[in-house]
Design a protein around this ligand. Structure first.
Ligand SMILES: [Zn+2]
Length: 137
């Protein structure tokens, strides 16, 4: 569901990220903004996180579903996680996602994309140094 509203939101999120003084090698995983509402946990800034990771919201939601073992839905702007999770817990999972699926293990840069290898495998392909290695998808 990539409608124009979503693109516009991405655009706005991009503009909120300060560019001055940000060195690619000092890449910082964005902190999760988490809000517990009743028995759900809302991840409010998934758009920013997905944008930094250069992955889709759906892809990150899929990962978190597996990690946390609960159903997750999204409306294109926020994730709605079944159950109550602390900000620390969510941050830990997000950081791990970046470590495993985003940041190149050779050059430590986040300029990667994922290629599907089939049979539950994916490949992380680094656009900075050309590394290509398998991860479980
Ligand atoms: Zn690399």
């Amino acid at each position: 569901m990539e409608d124009s509203g979503y693109i516009e939101l991405l655009d706005r999120a991009l503009k909120q990220i300060p560019e001055i003084g940000v060195e690619r090698s000092d890449f910082v995983v964005p902190d999760a903004e988490v809000l517990v509402q009743g028995n759900k946990t809302v991840l409010k800034n998934i758009v920013v996180i997905a944008d930094r990771a250069r992955r889709s919201i759906v892809e990150i939601a899929k990962y978190l579903t597996k990690e946390l073992g609960v159903p997750i839905s999204n409306d294109g702007q926020q994730l709605f996680i079944n159950g109550r999770f602390s900000t620390d817990e969510i941050n830990r999972r997000i950081k791990r996602y970046f470590d495993v699926y985003v940041i190149c293990k050779e050059c430590k840069k986040p300029d990667t994309h994922i290629e599907s290898g089939g049979r539950g495998m994916s490949y992380i392909v680094c656009e900075a140094c050309g590394a290509r290695y398998g991860v479980k998808s």
